[in-house]
Ligand binder design. Structure first.
Ligand SMILES: [Fe+2]
Length: 342
């Protein structure tokens, strides 16, 4: 079945989607922008609410406001965040996986200790989204203003995985405002005494995750937006040949020709003699990828964990296992280097 997440787009408000992208792009030319971007994003705790495989929504696209194709939208102030993933030199990073998760408008995460979706969480709120950056390193999310919960100031959680890295960097962004709860009272935990924000030691790094949200031009419904760049201290391992490397790729569902459920096809640029392996893991705890078997044809048996390309060009690999987080990690090794089967 084809879901909204497979197409990775926002089915509603398309015009505003592009308008917002335009606004974000215009901001990239502002003086001083690069100087600001070169402050490395601080690494802070992932926190306890990164969704589990058992409670993550099937809909994982960059629109957290609309879950699947439900007509009801998430409650809260519609909020756009756009920006880029950059390396320390300011170069845009292509193929970076950006993940966003945060509390609903009342402060409830979709995670619960029972490992099922938290029933207290707004049922129309996706709670988690992701975006794979393109050539310009840009990402965009539509979500809602995060709610407040005891012990924390208002914040978003972010995970960024660079191509070639097997660990996810995590950070958080904050609102440059006084946090007011839903009853109109000043919240007990503000940025100044939040145990995450206030413990980022570097003032420039703190400033880099303190976002100003402004009204989306042309809207009268209270929608707001902010731009934010994630600046990594690591350089991506470019998946270039002739070296070995890795790619993060999405899978496309393809109809089964054997009567079983859908398979997932991933397509990678391949070179003759290079050996390819596919990894994914439902928990993705620290991206602890597990090798998964695949077939090199749509109807063939899923019988291998590695495959050595025999020709240059596009290589299709077919998997029975859908990556719970929507993406697969493909590693490739130089000819002759692959001696072990994972
Ligand atoms: Fe949190």
């Amino acid at each position: 079945m084809k879901s909204k997440s497979d197409t990775f787009h926002i089915p509603v408000d398309r015009r505003r989607f592009f308008k917002s992208m335009f606004v974000a792009s215009a901001g990239f030319t502002l003086p001083g922008y690069l100087a600001e971007a070169l402050t490395l994003s601080p690494t802070v705790t992932q926190g306890p609410y990164y969704p589990l495989a058992s409670n993550i929504p099937l809909d994982k696209d960059n629109d957290l406001v609309q879950l699947n194709d439900q007509l009801t939208l998430a409650s809260g102030v519609i909020t756009y965040v756009s920006g880029r993933v950059l390396d320390a030199s300011g170069n845009p990073v292509r193929g970076a996986l950006v993940e966003l998760w945060h509390a609903d408008h009342q402060g409830d995460y979709l995670y619960s200790a029972s490992a099922t979706r938290n029933p207290a969480c707004d049922s129309a709120f996706a709670g988690f989204g992701q975006f794979l950056t393109g050539n310009r390193g840009a990402f965009l999310f539509r979500t809602i203003k995060a709610g407040l919960y005891v012990g924390r100031t208002r914040h978003f959680h972010w995970g960024v995985t660079l191509p070639g890295r097997t660990t996810r960097a995590t950070t958080q962004t904050f609102w440059n405002e006084t946090a007011i709860d839903t009853s109109g009272r000043t919240w007990s935990t503000q940025n100044s005494n939040d145990n995450v924000f206030s413990t980022i030691p570097d003032a420039a790094q703190r400033a880099s995750v303190l976002l100003d949200y402004v009204a989306v031009p042309g809207t009268t419904t209270g929608e707001v937006q902010a731009t934010w760049d994630y600046v990594s201290g690591f350089s991506p391992s470019e998946p270039t040949y002739p070296n070995g490397g890795s790619l993060i790729v999405s899978g496309s569902p393809v109809p089964s020709t054997t009567g079983a459920s859908d398979r997932f096809r991933i397509r990678v640029p391949a070179y003759s003699g290079y050996t390819y392996e596919v990894y994914a893991n439902p928990t993705l705890a620290d991206l602890a990828w597990a090798s998964i078997p695949f077939s090199v044809s749509a109807s063939g048996s899923v019988d291998r964990h590695k495959h050595t390309a025999t020709a240059d060009g596009s290589l299709d690999l077919y998997l029975d296992q859908k990556a719970v987080k929507g993406f697969y990690y493909v590693s490739f090794r130089v000819p002759g280097a692959n001696t072990g089967t994972p």
